[in-house]
Design a protein around this ligand. Structure first.
Ligand code: NAD
Ligand code: ZN
Ligand code: ZN
Length: 408
């Protein structure tokens, strides 16, 4: 079967690989009808989320049809149409029972303290082969698959695998209630779902910060007040637009590949921090391999952390879902401490949120497909990766269809 295979930093290929097999009685095999590319995949190829084993199939978003099940999978049958939560969880340890699925004690074969287990991630996360493939093995399938109603399309369901739950969890961790003023840093796919979730929770005002016109346009279309960090200083703009108070909540939907403004009033300040940012990049990504305008790490890893802490009102809430690798160690702790901020963060507990979001989409309270901008065959995955990596205008979220699904 065809799959996107990681070879090295800056080197991914679409290749023929052996089909997956059932290994444990709790496994299922799913034939994928849709998969997608996430900002997390980009960190791995750029080298800012290192440690991927050569040969690992990438991708952690998937929708498909169950083809085989092990003898311990009792709630799913062959032929069911399902969405796959990106993180892998056993469903029976104390953390899973509490809803902290990404902190499962049993899913990661390296042990309970080695981090979140997910598809297509670094060696420390399993490694598990990912979902940018024609088929995939799903461990703990009784909790690792969520059945889909017929009236939810693949174009909607693929967004329920990772990025809608992540956006929703970001808003949940920021303790949104009606009236809250919120700044969302990053208008990529995750930032767009943060905004959609804030709307569902009736946040009062939503500010969206980025610099890519099509991404800011999409944020505005969702009802956010947009700030282009290459045209304005985002902290000054947030203060000015909130009567000098700052925002109640800030959400980081950017992560380790944050970039510094190259023009506008914020560029001057960022320039002063250039040496510090350079040191951070060196520490976080000892190896990089940019080529032909692709796979370039962000040049200001802690930029959003600084901006968010500065822009928050006293006693504000900061929620971080942007991904930072273990080697990221720069955070403005003094400024945050002295403002009595509350900070929450983490890998998404996908399985906790997906059933609720399936219902919301089924009820038409929200249409996640509005954020999907590209549907491409899996065969064109590498090109699609390159466009998404360069954040080309209009390339916001890419779904990939394995060959069988395209023909169907
Ligand atoms: N916690 C989780 O479980 C989880 C799940 C999915 C994705 N993520 C992470 O969420 C982040 C976003 O993912 P995505 O798919 O939307 O990625 P993306 O790369 O498409 O989007 C990032 C956006 O941030 C913008 N940006 C860069 N520097 C900025 C700055 N200084 N200020 C404001 N915006 C800036 C970029 O222009 C881009 O639009 C990534 O770090 C990804 O790894 C986390
Ligand atoms: Zn992801
Ligand atoms: Zn568990």
């Amino acid at each position: 079967m065809k799959a996107v295979v990681f070879h090295d930093i800056g080197d991914i290929r679409l290749e023929d690989v052996p089909e997956p097999k059932i290994k444990e009685p709790t496994d299922a095999i799913v034939r994928l009808t849709a998969t997608a590319i996430c900002g997390t995949d980009l960190h791995m190829i750029r080298g800012t989320l290192p440690g991927i084993k050569a040969g690992t199939i990438l991708g952690h978003e998937g929708v498909g049809i169950v083809e085989k099940i092990g003898s311990s999978v009792r709630n799913i049958k062959v032929g069911d149409r399902v969405v796959i939560p990106s993180t892998i969880a056993c469903g029976y340890c104390v953390h899973c029972r509490d809803g902290y699925y990404s902190q499962c004690d049993n899913a990661n074969p390296n042990g309970p303290f080695e981090g979140t287990a997910f598809f297509g991630g670094p060696a420390s996360s399993g490694p598990f082969n990912g979902l940018q493939a024609e088929k995939a093995r799903i461990p703990f399938a009784n909790v690792g698959l969520v059945k889909l109603p017929e009236d939810i399309t693949d174009n909607q369901a693929i967004l329920l695998s990772d990025i809608f739950p992540t956006g929703y969890m970001a808003a949940d961790m920021a303790e949104i209630h009606p009236g809250r003023t919120v700044a969302v840093f990053g208008c990529g796919p995750v930032g767009q779902f943060v905004i959609a979730s804030l709307k569902l929770m009736d946040a009062g005002r939503i500010f969206a910060i980025d610099t890519i016109p099509s991404r800011l346009d999409m944020a505005r279309a969702q009802g956010a007040e947009v700030i282009d960090f290459s045209a304005e200083d985002p902290v000054a703009a947030l203060k000015e637009l909130t009567g000098g108070v700052g925002v109640d909540c800030a959400i980081d939907a950017v992560g380790v590949d944050a970039t510094a403004p190259k023009k506008g009033p914020a560029a001057k300040e960022a320039k002063l921090q250039r040496e510090q940012f350079k040191r951070e990049v060196k520490e976080i990504a000892p190896k990089t391999n940019p080529s032909g305008g692709n796979w370039k790490p962000g040049d200001a890893p802690s930029m959003v952390l600084n901006w968010a802490v500065e822009a928050l009102a006293k006693g504000g809430k900061f929620s971080v879902v942007g991904v930072y690798a273990d080697a990221s160690r720069t955070f403005p702790v003094g400024a945050a401490m002295n403002k009595n901020l509350t900070i929450r963060m983490g890998n998404c507990d996908h399985r906790k949120y997906i059933p609720r979001l399936v219902k919301l989409v089924g009820s038409r309270a929200v249409d996640p497909a509005k954020i999907l901008t590209q549907v491409s065959p899996l065969m064109t995955a590498i090109d699609a990766y390159k466009h998404f990596d360069q954040r080309q205008e209009g390339w916001i979220k890419v779904m990939l269809q394995p060959a069988d699904a395209v023909a169907a």
